[in-house]
Ligand binder design. Structure first.
Ligand code: HEM
Ligand SMILES: [Cu+2]
Length: 586
């Protein structure tokens, strides 16, 4: 399968990159497209936060923000950050880069499907970006696309943009369905000899579970999106009450996907954080199997909480109570994972490298998101908080750690593998502290304005006497200034990234002294990854093993002084069935 793209048949020049089927090249394509989209998503935030702080004034580099352009900016921002930044970076870039290297094979199971996945994704990104420039502009009906606003141009005033948005999102879904097939198949079928189910690094597990979760949740929404498309372009009335439809039906379809989607991006982020913590705390991951089981359990429970987004949509109050309970239940496994990570850190030899700082910050910031979610999950208090900036602040305390904090943890940790050079630690720390402090200064004030009644998706509060109070406006201005600071600190990251590509210290194969298979390959790994395909002898987190000179024992290293027999049983025939060779307690 994966050998068919022998180097001789590869196109040359720039086409080499465009048509490559190498999983690492596709990972970079996803990574750099995601980073470019993050710049667009970031620019939209800059514009609408300036409008909120200084309503009516011309925004530098943009001009005056009208009510409808405000809607388009907010909608594009939310959609881009979730579908074109969090998903491509966390799942597609890291999944593509890490899975073949970490399970010890030369490429994905279906390299051409993999390339097709990126191409469709790229098309969706182009389509969405192009929608800014069509008559009427980009869609302005929020990333949730609630009908009837989304069904008709008469309501949303962005008829072309609305349809482009919908098609772009649908294409993005197709890309991730195709990508998921590869992640799952490769992990299940292409593992190095000796690698059993519970020798798979946790980040690989998380990406696989997330892919399954995505597949299981997105189907109804794809069908629902086709119905919405029909409502928009051929005048059906599935969702539009004026045409006999039911707008709440869309809310159910959207959130049946939308809530699991949170875990689709959360799980890979937690996987990245786990890898980084084990390596930089020199500790075996605490309760490895429990993490895998918990991730599966969380995914299943995530199918039963969706209506907590609809407490004010007129659903039956008895249903609201039920969904409050399931929502509180799902906080248990997630909290458990956080505790397990803390247990991993406990007693570890923690070195505060840049990736480790990001990993630690993930736990701290995500905790805020989780705790504030309790107020929103309880129907009684959500009736007050719904659609206020309290919600905005809450979900940014979950999504920012996921998309950016875990993303930076992963990039700074695997950069030496990806590009063969170390990133600069001093610049890394300046970027870290600048980003974390300004992040909190943006969103802590928004909890207050939200609790005071600031409704979301309002482009100018000066029309609301109850909200147009000096102390609230000062908090809004503070959030905007903090955002400007955060944007400025990202320059440090891009500078560090670009400079380290050429000028960083040469990394060598295993600069962090880590145990998983990707660190056996050269940095950067060549096409085909390993000179000799590795065999796996043990679990992925053997740090601090007694009786050994080194404090780490790589998965690929045959038995050392301790005298264990190498586990060669199934050599050459893929992984041994995990049940048959139940792992001894390690
Ligand atoms: C630090 C950078 C960010 C800032 C300052 C920011 C700011 C905001 C603000 C103020 C809103 C609400 C506007 C309104 O409701 O009127 C918003 C909406 C949103 N943001 Fe962010 N955001 C940032 C990063 C992110 C990230 C990383 C994600 C997700 C991965 C994200 C996802 C969303 C979503 C889904 C919405 C809702 C959009 C909608 O209502 O349709 N944001 N953002
Ligand atoms: Cu939810």
């Amino acid at each position: 399968m994966s050998h068919e793209h022998a180097a001789a048949h590869e196109p040359s020049g720039l086409l080499k990159y465009v048509w490559s089927t190498d999983h690492k090249m596709i990972a970079f394509q996803y990574l750099f497209t995601g980073m470019a989209m993050a710049l667009i998503g970031g620019f939209t935030v800059y514009v609408f936060r300036m409008q909120l702080a200084f309503p009516g004034e011309a925004v530098p580099l943009f001009g005056r923000v009208s009510a409808s352009s405000y809607n388009a900016l907010v909608t594009s921002h939310g959609s881009i950050m979730i579908f074109w930044v969090a998903m491509p970076v966390l799942i597609a870039a890291f999944g593509n880069y890490l899975i073949p290297l970490m399970v010890g094979c030369d490429d994905m199971a279906f390299p051409k499907v993999n390339r097709l996945s990126f191409q469709i994704f790229f098309l969706s990104a182009v389509l969405l970006t192009a929608s800014f420039f069509v008559p009427g502009g980009a869609f302005g009906g929020a990333w949730t696309a609630y009908p009837p606003l989304s069904t008709s141009g008469v309501y949303n005033q962005t008829p072309i943009g609305a349809t482009m948005w919908l098609v772009a999102v649908a294409l993005e879904f197709v890309a991730f369905l195709l990508g998921g097939i590869n992640f799952i198949t490769t992990t299940m079928n292409s593992r190095a000899p000796g690698m059993r189910m519970f020798d798979i690094p946790i980040v690989v597990w998380m990406i696989v579970i997330a892919s399954v979760l995505f597949m299981a949740s997105v189907g109804p929404l794809v069908a629902g999106a086709v119905m919405l498309l029909f409502d928009q372009v051929i005048g059906t009335g599935f969702y539009d009450p004026a045409r006999g439809g039911d707008p709440v039906l869309w809310q159910h379809l959207f959130w049946f996907f939308g809530h699991p989607e949170v875990y689709v991006v959360l799980l890979p982020a937690m996987g990245i954080v786990a890898e980084v913590m084990a390596v930089h705390a020199r500790k075996r991951l605490f309760a490895y199997r429990t993490i895998v089981y918990t991730a599966v359990a969380t995914s299943i429970i995530s199918f039963f909480v969706w209506a907590h987004h609809q407490f004010v949509a007129g659903i039956d109050p008895r249903m609201a109570s039920l969904f409050s309970v399931t929502t509180l239940i799902i906080s248990i496994p997630v909290a458990e994972m956080v505790f397990v990570y803390i247990a991993t850190l406990y007693g570890g030899a923690i070195s505060l490298t840049t990736p480790m700082l990001w990993a630690l910050a993930f736990l701290v910031e995500f905790l805020w998101g989780g705790v504030t979610g309790i107020f929103l999950g309880a129907a009684g208090s959500d009736i007050y908080f719904h659609d206020t900036y309290f919600v905005t602040a809450h979900f940014h305390y979950t999504f920012f750690p996921i998309a950016f904090i875990a993303g930076f943890a992963g990039i700074t940790h695997w950069f030496p593998k990806m590009f063969g050079r170390m990133m600069d630690e001093r610049l890394g720390k300046i970027h870290f502290w600048g980003t974390i402090i300004s992040f909190n200064l943006i969103f802590l004030p928004l909890f207050i304005t939200g609790a005071a009644g600031d409704h979301r998706r309002i482009f100018d509060y000066s029309g609301f006497p109850d909200l147009n109070l000096p102390y609230l406006q000062n908090l809004r201005i503070m959030a905007t200034y903090a955002l400007l600071a955060m944007i400025a600190f990202q320059v440090v990251f891009f500078y560090n990234f670009a400079r380290s590509l050429r000028g960083g210290a040469v990394a060598g194969a295993n600069p962090w002294k880590a145990t998983t298979l990707e660190w056996l390959a050269a940095s950067p790994p060549p096409h085909g990854n390993f000179p000799v395909m590795p065999t796996v002898y043990r679990g992925p987190y053997e740090y601090g093993v007694p009786d050994r000179a080194d404090d780490f024992w790589p998965q690929y290293e045959p038995a050392g002084p301790a005298g264990q027999e190498p586990r060669l049983g199934a050599a050459g025939h893929g992984p041994a069935p995990s049940g048959a060779m139940a792992a001894p307690e390690r």
